[in-house]
Ligand binder design. Structure first.
Ligand code: PRX
Length: 567
C-alpha cells in the first residue's frame, strides 16, 4: 500500500495541517529542520537506525546512524557557534558529496545560520558572484576546492572564515583559514539548537535566469512541512526503504529530497560520491539493496544509451519505486524503465523557487508517459494565457504554468532582489517561467521554458552569465549563447562568437575559449560548440536576437524578423 493511497481522496480532504500534526508541530512553535532531521528521529526510537550510508571513490564506505548524525551535526553546530557564526549569517557549503556536506548542512541549520550550498565544480567567477551577493561569512570546503576560494579571497572582505574539512595537520593554514576535522573534534552530545520559527531563513540556493546575475532563492524552516509530506506521498518513503537520491546538494533536489525529505522521514539513505557509469550505478543499487530511486532524465537517458545487456548482470529486483525530476522525461524513457526495471520512472515537476514537488505522478495513479502528472494535493496549479494572465476556459491550450502562492516551501524572496521576486507574480499567480498544456483529465504536458535559460542535463545555465564570461576572453568581441539539442542532456550550451581584429577562428582558439569558460564558471556552462561568425543578428536598437540563432539550431521557423537590424 502506498503512503498516498488514493490521490482523488487526498485532494478532497487536504490540509497542510496533516503534515504539521504528523511532525507534532503547532503553528507558532519552534521549528528547526536540523532538529527534525536528527534529534527527533532519535526520540522516535530510531537512534540506532542507519541514516546515511556513504560510498566514495574506490568504494570506501562510511555509515552513520541517526544518533551519529545527531551528534555530528551538534558538533559542527558548536564549532560554528564557537567561531562566532550567528543566526542568519550565510555559511556556504562548497564540497563534493562527502558526509560533511550532509552533516554540515544540518549543523548550520541547528545554529540558526543560513546554509548556502554551491556546486563544487563551480569556477572562481561563479563562486565569487554568489558569495558576493549573499555576503557570505564562512565557506566550508575541502582542500582540493580551497584554491578556488583563495584565488578570490582578497576581493571578499566580508568572508571571515575558510573552513577546511580535510586539512592535513602538518600543513600550515593561511590567514582566515580554519580546520574542521569532524573525527578529531570532541563529540557534542548536547547542543542548544537555535530556536528558529516557521519564517526563519534556512537555505539560500542560487538559480540562473535569462538576464542579470544568478538569484539567491531564500527558503525558511517551515519548508519542512512540504518537503516532508511530498517525500512521503510522492517518493513514497516508508520505514524500511533504502533511498537513493542521485542529486548533488549544490542544487535544490539534493537538499529538499537528498537531505530534508529523506532524514525527516527517518529512512536510510545512500549517497554515492563517484563518477557516473551504468555499471557503477547498477552495482550501487544491487549492493545497497536500494528500494526507492530518485533521479533525473539525463541520467536515465545515459542508462538507456548504455543498453539493456548490462542490466542483466545485476540483481535489481530490490527496486520498488522510481521517480525523476529536472527536465522533461520523455515517454520513451518511461516505457524503457518499465521494460527493464519493471517499474516506470514517475515524473515530478518543480523548481528551486517552489522548494518542493508541485506537479507529479503518484504511486497508484494512472500514468501517461510523457506527462508530468497532476498538482500535489493542496497545490492549485493551472495554465494561463500569457497576455491576460488568466486561465484558459478550455483544455489543451498551451500557456504559462501558474501556481497559487501559499504552500509552505515557497521561496520567501530573492536575496537582495525584491523587484525580480515581484515580477514572478502576475494577477495573483506565481509563474515558474515554464509553458505547458493540460489535457481533459487534468494531466500537465510540459512544452518548454518561457525564457532563454538553458536546461542542460537538468542544470539551468544562464546565457547571460556565459556571454559575460566569454567577453572577458581576449579574442572575443561579441557573443550570443543558446541551447543546442542533445540526445542525453536534452540541451547543451552553444556559443556564437565574433572575434576582435587580429584573431582568426581555429580549433586551438575554440578549445582555449571553452576551457576559459569552464574554469571561470563550470563544466556545465562550458559551450560544447563554438561557432565563429562575422556578425550577430541584432535588433535595430542593437539587442542581440538569440531567438534567431536558437531557431536555427532547432530547425524551427525563425518567426518575425521585422526588428532585425541587417535584414
Ligand atoms: O524548466 C523547469 C525544469 O527545470 C526548472 C527548474 O530548475 P531548477 O530550479 O534548477 O530545479 C530543478 C529541480 C527541481 C523548471 O522551471 N523542470 C524541472 N522539472 C521538470 C522540468 N521540466 C520538465 N519536466 C520536469 N519534470
Amino acid at each position: 500500500m502506498s503512503n498516498i493511497g488514493s490521490y482523488d481522496e487526498r485532494i478532497k480532504n487536504f490540509s497542510w495541517a496533516i503534515a504539521e500534526q504528523e511532525l507534532d508541530y503547532k503553528p507558532g512553535n519552534v521549528i528547526n529542520i536540523g532538529w527534525y532531521c536528527s534529534d527527533r528521529i532519535c526520540q522516535m526510537g530510531k537512534a540506532d537506525k542507519l541514516g546515511l550510508i556513504w560510498e566514495g571513490q574506490g568504494g570506501v564506505e562510511k555509515k552513520y546512524t541517526y544518533n551519529d548524525i545527531r551528534i555530528a551535526t551538534n558538533t559542527i553546530g558548536q564549532f560554528l557557534r564557537d567561531l562566532g557564526i550567528k543566526p542568519e549569517d550565510r555559511v556556504c557549503l562548497f564540497m563534493d558529496k562527502i558526509p560533511e556536506l550532509y552533516l554540515g548542512f544540518l549543523g548550520i541549520l541547528k545554529t540558526g545560520a543560513i546554509a548556502q550550498p554551491l556546486f563544487s565544480a563551480f569556477g572562481d567567477e561563479s563562486l565569487f558572484i554568489r558569495l558576493e551577493n549573499a555576503q557570505t561569512r564562512a565557506v566550508i570546503t575541502q582542500k582540493k576546492h580551497a584554491p578556488k576560494v583563495r584565488k578570490i579571497i582578497e576581493k571578499m572582505p566580508w568572508l571571515e572564515y575558510l573552513i577546511i574539512v580535510d586539512q592535513d595537520p602538518a600543513k600550515p593554514l593561511q590567514q582566515r583559514e580554519v580546520a574542521l576535522n569532524l573525527e578529531e573534534l570532541p563529540k557534542v552530545e548536547k547542543f542548544e539548537i537555535h530556536p528558529t520559527y516557521a519564517e526563519s531563513p534556512s537555505v539560500l540556493h542560487y538559480t540562473s535566469g535569462t538576464t542579470g546575475q544568478p538569484k539567491g532563492v531564500k527558503h525558511v524552516h517551515y519548508s519542512l512541512i512540504s518537503q516532508y509530506l511530498t517525500s512521503k506521498w510522492v517518493l513514497d518513503l516508508q520505514d524500511d526503504d533504502i533511498y537513493w537520491c542521485t542529486a548533488d546538494p549544490g542544487w535544490v533536489t539534493g537538499t529538499s529530497y537528498g537531505i530534508i525529505g529523506a532524514f525527516s522521514n527517518g529512512v536510510t539513505q545512500c549517497v554515492m560520491d563517484s563518477g557516473f557509469s551504468a555499471e557503477n550505478w547498477y552495482r550501487f543499487i544491487e549492493k545497497h539493496r536500494i528500494t526507492m530511486w530518485y533521479s533525473a532524465p539525463t541520467a536515465i537517458r545515459s542508462l538507456m544509451k548504455a543498453g539493456d545487456e548490462v542490466i542483466k548482470k545485476f540483481d535489481l529486483s530490490c527496486l520498488r519505486h522510481l521517480a525523476s525530476v529536472g527536465e522533461p522525461l520523455n515517454s520513451e524513457a518511461v516505457i524503457w524503465s518499465e521494460k527493464v526495471f519493471g517499474k516506470p520512472f514517475l515524473d515530478t515537476y518543480w523548481q528551486t523557487e517552489t522548494g518542493s514537488i508541485m506537479i507529479s505522478n503518484y504511486p497508484g495513479m494512472k500514468i501517461k508517459p510523457g506527462s508530468m502528472g497532476k498538482p500535489f494535493p493542496g497545490i492549485t496549479a493551472t495554465v494561463i494565457d500569457a497576455d491576460k494572465f488568466e486561465p484558459f476556459g478550455e483544455t489543451g491550450k498551451i500557456g504559462l504554468i501558474a501556481i497559487k502562492p501559499g504552500w509552505p516551501s515557497m521561496m520567501r524572496m530573492y536575496w537582495n532582489n525584491e523587484e525580480t521576486y515581484k515580477n514572478k507574480f502576475k494577477n495573483g499567480w506565481y509563474l515558474p517561467g515554464d509553458r505547458s498544456s493540460i489535457d481533459n483529465e487534468g494531466y500537465f504536458w510540459f512544452v518548454g521554458r518561457d525564457d532563454d535559460v538553458i536546461n542542460t542535463g537538468g542544470h539551468l545555465v544562464s546565457p547571460f552569465e556565459v556571454e559575460s564570461a566569454l567577453l572577458e576572453h581576449p579574442a572575443v568581441a561579441e557573443s550570443a549563447v543558446v541551447a543546442k539539442p542533445d540526445f542525453v542532456n536534452m540541451e547543451v550550451v552553444k556559443a556564437f562568437v565574433t572575434l576582435k581584429p587580429g584573431f582568426v577562428g581555429s580549433k586551438d582558439l575554440d578549445l582555449d575559449i571553452m576551457n576559459f569558460v569552464r574554469k571561470k564558471l563550470s563544466p556545465l556552462a562550458m559551450p560544447q560548440e563554438i561557432e565563429f561568425i562575422d556578425s550577430l543578428p541584432k535588433t535595430r536598437s542593437g539587442k542581440i536576437m538569440r531567438r534567431i540563432l536558437h531557431a536555427k539550431e532547432w530547425g524551427e521557423e525563425i518567426g518575425d524578423t521585422s526588428t532585425l537590424e541587417n535584414d
